[in-house]
Design a protein around this ligand. Structure first.
Ligand SMILES: CC[C@@](C)(O)[C@@H](O)C(=O)O
Length: 596
C-alpha cells in the first residue's frame, strides 16, 4: 500500500515549515499520554465519531463497540481520537429529533474539517444519526466508514413478536378501543425493547443502516447484525482495521456515493419495505455529495421493485430474523439476478457491491423471499402531486388488503378515492379532537395533518399516521387515509400520504384546506387534488395572507429559529439551503488556517 497523498494530520503534528504551531498542536494531544512517536511517525489519525451516550439509548452500545474499533485501528498502525457527536434520540428528543439532524451535521462537518483527522469511523444507528453522519462525511470528503450499532433483539409478548414502534401504534388502538388498560399498554410496548440497539422493525433506523450498506458506506453484511451479538463486536474490529487501509488508499465518500449507488439504495429500500423517511435522508446525503437525485427517481427507479423482506411493519418478522436470513447481501443478490443493481458501484471494502454480494444466499425464505416469490410484486413509493402540494409520497408496501378493498375497489376507477376531509393543525389538535363525535368521522373520511413540516413543527414531526376514532376501531376500521405535511415513523404500517411539500407553513395549499372540503386522491395517476372551485381557493388565499399567513407556534430555542430560517422542504431533503454549496471541503478548501 502506498500513501496516495500526505496525511492531512501532518499539517498539525509534523509540519517542519511551521514549528511554532506544530509545538502548540502537539503539546495538548500529548497531555493524556500519546507520544511524539505516535503523532509524528506518519501514522493515520483516525477519528471515532461517537454517537452513543445515555441520552441516545439506540446508539449507546457504540460506547462498548468503540473498544473493538480502537483495536482494529491500532492493529493497522493508526492512532485513535474519539470524540462525541451531538446526540439524536428519535424517541427522546422534543419537539422532534428531526430538528437535530442538520445540527449534528453542522457540528460533525466542523470537527472533521477543523481537527487533525485523516479518516473517520462514523458510528451510526438511530434514525437521523445515520444521515447526519453521511451528510457530513460527504461534505468534508475524507475517508469514512460507517459502523452500525445494530438493532435490538426481537421483542416478544405472549408468544408473538412485538416490534419497535409498530406495537406502539397497534397498542394505541387497543387502548383507545378499551381492549387493554394503561398498565398493559406500557408492558406491551416495553416488551418490544429487550436489549440495547435500535428499532428491531424495518423502521427508519434499520432502513437507513441497510441503505448505508447498499450505498457502499459500511462493510458488506454489517447492517443487520443485532447489537448484542458477538458478530457486531467483530464487525467493529474489522471496520477499525479497514478505515486505516482506506486512508492509505485515499478511498473517499466521493468515490462511493455516486448516482448509481443511490439508485441501488432506492431499489434496496423497496425490497426491504423501507421507511418513508428514506427519501428525505437520501436526498439530503445526495445533495451534500453533489449527486442529482430528484424525488421522482423514487417512483421511476424504485416503484416496480418487489417486496422481498418480510419484516414489520410491511410483514411479520424482526431484526434477528433478518440477520439470520442473510441481511442486505441476500437481498442485493436477489435484485442482482434481475439486473436491478448497478454492480460496479464501489464500496468501503474496496470491492464492488456486485463482488460483495454475488454469492450471498437466503438462509430463510420465510423472512427473505426469492425474487420469483415476492411478498408483493411492486413495493416502492409512489410520488403524488396536484393542487394540494408539489409532491408527497406513499409507501405501497403497507397498503393492506382491507384498505385496498375499502378505498381502491371502485370498479370504474380502482386506483382513486375521494371523500370529505377533517383537518388537524398539529398533533395536539389531533389528540384533543380525534374522538370528538361532532367531527362526524366515518370510514370515508380523509384525515389531514398540517403544521407538521420542517418549518411548522420545526424539524418535521412524525405525526401523520393518525389512528381512526375509537368508534371506528371497535367496528374493525383500523386505518383511514392520512395525508399531511409532516413525516411518519418508519415503523408505522399506515398507508399515509406524507412529506407533502410545500408545507402549510411555507405557503402550501394545505393551509387553505378546511374540514368538510372534498379531496380526490388518484394513486394510479399520482394525483391529489382539493375539489374546491378556483375562485373559492383564491378567496381563501387572500384571507389567509391578510391575516398574516398560516400560524404555527413560535421558536423556543435559537436553533429552532435558525433552522426555520434556512431549512428547505422535505421533498428536497430538508437540508440547510446553501450548505450544499460547500462540497468536498477537504480537497476544495485545503487545510484550515492556524488557530494562533
Ligand atoms: C418510534 C419512532 C421510530 C424510531 O420508530 C421512528 O422514528 C421511525 O422508525 O421512523
Amino acid at each position: 500500500m502506498s500513501e496516495a497523498r500526505p496525511l492531512r494530520s501532518r499539517a498539525w503534528f509534523d509540519n517542519p515549515d511551521n514549528i511554532d504551531m506544530t509545538a502548540l498542536y502537539l503539546e495538548r494531544y500529548l497531555n493524556f499520554g500519546l507520544s511524539l512517536d505516535e503523532l509524528q511517525s506518519g501514522r493515520p489519525i483516525i477519528g471515532i465519531a461517537q454517537s452513543g451516550s445515555d441520552l441516545s439509548p439506540c446508539n449507546r452500545h457504540h460506547l462498548v463497540l468503540a473498544e473493538r474499533v480502537r483495536e482494529g485501528i491500532r492493529e493497522m498502525g493508526g492512532v485513535v481520537l474519539e470524540f462525541p457527536v451531538h446526540p439524536i434520540q428519535e424517541t427522546g428528543k422534543r419537539p422532534t429529533a428531526g430538528l437535530d439532524r442538520n445540527l449534528s451535521y453542522l457540528g460533525l462537518v466542523e470537527v472533521l474539517y477543523g481537527y487533525p483527522l485523516d479518516g473517520v469511523v462514523l458510528t451510526i444507528g438511530c434514525d437521523k444519526t445515520t444521515p447526519a453522519a453521511l451528510m457530513a462525511a460527504a461534505t468534508v470528503n475524507i475517508p469514512a466508514i460507517a459502523l452500525s450499532v445494530g438493532p435490538m433483539l426481537n421483542g416478544w409478548h405472549k408468544g408473538e413478536r412485538t416490534g419497535s414502534g409498530t406495537i406502539v401504534w397497534k397498542a394505541r388502538q387497543q387502548l383507545a378501543a378499551g381492549e387493554i388498560d394503561k398498565a398493559d399498554f406500557i408492558r406491551l410496548v416495553a416488551s418490544s425493547a429487550p436489549s440495547t440497539g435500535y428499532c428491531n422493525t424495518m423502521g427508519t433506523a434499520t432502513t437507513m443502516n441497510s441503505l448505508t450498506e447498499a450505498l457502499g458506506m459500511s462493510l458488506p453484511g454489517s447492517a443487520a447484525i443485532p447489537a448484542p451479538y458477538r458478530d457486531r463486536q467483530e464487525c467493529a474490529y474489522h471496520s477499525g482495521k479497514r478505515i486505516v487501509e482506506m486512508v492509505h488508499e485515499d478511498l473517499k465518500p466521493s468515490d462511493i456515493l455516486t448516482r448509481d449507488a443511490f439508485h441501488n439504495a432506492i431499489r434496496v429500500n423497496s425490497a426491504i419495505g423501507g421507511s418513508t423517511n428514506a427519501p428525505i435522508h437520501l436526498a439530503a446525503i445526495a445533495r451534500h455529495a453533489g449527486v442529482e437525485l430528484p424525488l421522482t427517481d423514487w417512483q421511476e427507479v424504485g416503484h416496480d421493485v418487489p417486496l422481498l423482506v418480510n419484516l414489520q411493519p410491511a410483514g411479520e418478522y424482526l431484526g434477528e430474523d433478518f440477520y439470520r436470513a442473510g441481511g442486505v447481501p441476500a437481498v442485493v443478490s436477489q435484485l442482482m439476478s434481475a439486473g436491478l443493481i448497478h454492480e460496479d458501484a464501489r464500496t468501503v471494502n474496496g470491492r464492488t457491491i456486485g463482488d460483495n454480494c454475488a454469492h450471498a444466499v437466503i438462509e430463510d425464505e420465510a423472512v427473505i423471499r426469492r425474487l420469483e416469490q415476492p411478498l408483493r410484486p411492486r413495493a416502492g413509493f409512489i410520488v403524488l402531486s396536484g393542487n394540494l402540494f408539489n409532491s408527497a409520497i406513499m409507501k405501497t408496501s403497507v397498503i393492506s388488503d382491507e384498505f385496498r378493498a375499502r378505498y381502491l375497489s371502485d370498479s370504474n376507477d380502482p386506483d382513486a378515492f375521494e371523500g370529505p376531509v377533517v383537518v388537524f393543525d398539529g398533533p395536539e389538535d389531533y389528540h384533543a379532537r380525534i374522538d370528538d363525535p361532532s367531527l362526524g368521522i366515518t370510514a370515508r373520511t380523509l384525515l389531514f395533518m398540517r403544521g407538521a413540516g420542517p418549518i411548522g413543527y420545526p424539524g418535521a414531526a412524525e405525526v401523520v399516521n393518525m389512528r381512526p376514532p375509537a368508534h371506528l376501531i371497535t367496528q374493525g376500521i383500523t386505518a383511514l387515509p392520512c395525508i399531511g405535511d409532516g413525516r411518519q415513523s418508519g415503523t408505522s404500517g399506515s398507508p399515509s400520504i406524507l412529506n407533502a411539500s410545500p408545507e402549510a407553513a411555507a405557503g402550501g395549499m394545505l393551509a387553505l384546506l378546511r374540514t368538510g372540503d372534498h379531496v380526490r386522491i388518484d394513486i394510479g395517476r399520482g394525483t391529489a387534488n382539493i375539489l374546491v372551485p378556483d375562485d373559492e381557493i383564491a378567496k381563501r388565499r387572500d384571507a389567509l395572507e391578510a391575516s398574516g399567513g398560516y400560524r404555527y407556534p413560535p421558536s423556543q430555542t435559537p436553533w429552532q429559529q435558525i433552522q426555520r430560517e434556512r431549512v428547505g422542504q422535505l421533498e428536497t431533503g430538508a437540508i440547510l439551503e446553501g450548505a450544499e454549496a460547500f462540497q468536498r471541503i477537504a480537497q476544495e478548501q485545503g487545510i484550515p488556517r492556524d488557530n494562533h
